[in-house]
Design a protein around this ligand. Structure first.
Ligand SMILES: Nc1ncnc2c1ncn2[C@@H]1O[C@H](COP(=O)(O)OP(=O)(O)OP(=O)(O)O)[C@@H](O)[C@H]1O
Ligand SMILES: [Mg+2]
Length: 112
């Protein structure tokens, strides 16, 4: 299993929810966040300590997926959120050791 974490712009979230549901993804966690990416690092390097860091609003998705579904979901989400402009976001993919459905005690892919 893999844990897919996507940091995206909030304006894409409705479209993303629709795409995930239509792709058969039946579990996702969505939270509001904030952050900065590469461009902020560049600006700070030029302006030094006086620069006030500005954090952009971001939406964070967490999706646990079986290994054989991860690439399909990543491709769909890339197509959905990519505009080609800076700030489109970032995806992180991590190995996921286990999952537990609390109600039943099911483990692994059966718990997803
Ligand atoms: N290395 C990172 N680790 C954790 N979160 C990150 C990292 N890079 C970006 N993020 C998160 O992703 C959000 C969007 O990043 P962003 O798309 O601007 O990345 P970028 O590397 O600057 O790429 P681009 O040049 O396309 O803008 C950031 O606001 C931050 O919340
Ligand atoms: Mg950026």
């Amino acid at each position: 299993m893999k844990l897919l974490v996507c940091v995206i712009t909030p304006k894409k979230i409705d479209q993303v929810k629709k795409v995930l549901w239509e792709a058969g993804v039946r579990g996702v966690t969505i939270s509001d966040g904030s952050g900065y990416g590469y461009q902020k690092v560049q600006v700070e390097a030029v302006k030094g300590a006086d620069y006030k860091v500005q954090y952009q609003p971001r939406t964070r998705l967490e999706i646990a997926l079986p290994d054989d579904e991860i690439e399909k979901v990543v491709e769909l989400l890339l197509e959905t959120v990519r505009t080609g402009r800076v700030g489109d976001g970032k995806f992180f993919i991590m190995p996921l050791e286990d999952a537990i459905r609390v109600r039943t005690g099911e483990r692994g892919e059966n718990a997803l």
